[in-house]
Write a protein of this length. Sequence first.
Length: 515
Amino acid sequence: MRSIIALFCLLWLASAEASHSTNSVKPNIVVILADDLGYADVGMHGCKDIPTPHIDSIAANGVRFTDGYANHPVCSPSRAGLLTGRYQHRFGFEHNSGPEDYAASNFGIPRDVPLLAERLKEAGYATCMVGKWHVGFKPGLRPHERGFDYFYGFHSGARTFYPVGPRQNNPLYRNGIEFKDESEYLTDAFARDTVQFIDKHMAAGSDRPFFVYLAFNAVHAPLEATEEYESRFPKIKDAKRKTYAGMTAAMDDAVGRVLKTLKRHGQERNTLVFFYSDNGGPTYQTTSRNDPLRGFKGQMFEGGIRVPFTVQWPAGIPAGTIYRHPVMGFDVHVTALAAAGLKLESDGKDLVPFLNGSKKAVPHQSLFWRAGANHAARVGDWKLVSERGKPDALFHLAEDIGEQHDLAATRPNKLKELQAAYEVWDAKMEKPRWIRQDRNNAEPGGKLLVQSRKKKKQTIKGAVTKRDKDSDGKMSKDEYWEPAVFSKVDANGDGFATLEEIRAYYRKVTSQPKN
């Protein structure tokens, strides 16, 4: 009898010990989001000219996703998908805002859609956000009003990295109050405030876990780096790439400071850390690289949506793993909630069971993207890309990661299958609640200007007529109103810009992705 009781006690003690292991304690959660970081701009994806040891360490200590996707090919909708755990199209969040002063009055994540910070705060977490917000400007939609106990950063889509910069100098805020005394390079400042939040939380001796959302504006334009960071790259001769390298190094150092802080406080083992980018790199603007992928930010090709994506959680995820099935930004949201013991009916999936082997299936059989007239669908290894004014294209990513071989003509049934899958998904989504607005189509305050396509064409024709001094129906560089871009307008290089060439140029530049 005594032996049975002793055995029972041993089993009970073992059970009690297990129930208090790090896996049963709610983990801290740290989500680090890069801005416009290219797929090939990190060491774990083969980058040679810009070391990223701290970002790479997350993959070494956890999992690297080869097929990690952003929710959208541009900043703001992608962030909305992360923060809500859903396709942002379900609540009409399909486009960037444009500059804050011109944004639509209804821009932002609606109050009736719960955010990750709100859910975690209800579950007892201390919550902090540092960095770029870009999902709501109006009162009631700002970070300190959407579940974050502490916020330091800016509300808009971009700003200078310098304390006082020459452009995009949108205000910095601490919990809704404008902060004008910043003295550090912004990426360093964001690391500083993140570390200070963790230090203060741990010093208080609280048993509450913490959630940190560190949303960099690095490595988004403007291209600005300190001399200290640029000096690390004497072998890079291209001036733009050198500055971009300095910006990337600053971000990697900032990631390292946060990781070291977790380790210093003994929190590394039971902290779930995600790192990924909000969309692909805008190569021509910043020198970001997405190879071997095709395309760049704003496009539905892989270069616009497939991004560096990695996670570590020593207490819950095996280290040094490569995961080759598709995952998406909204999975970060759901994985974080599940780790905190919460559930959410959403489009995302808890990735931990797939990463530790307890689930053998794949998180997603299909994924979808939509941005106005452009959309894409991935079903298994097949990818549909639909661009405005062009025939739908079909690619087999397992054999053609660079999307160089359009199989639409040779695999018409597969094309129809993906088109049908997209149509089913699309029918469940809302129409966009706003469009991107700036001074070209709106007034300060957000009221749209009424300007028809016909009127735009007439405006260009009128400008040509007015400046065409010799009335030959075309413009020389001396006659053209923007001499600096004349070589781009003059498509055939004959030294003159025709009305058709001018219109084609403006169609091209106005379709480029912007904040």
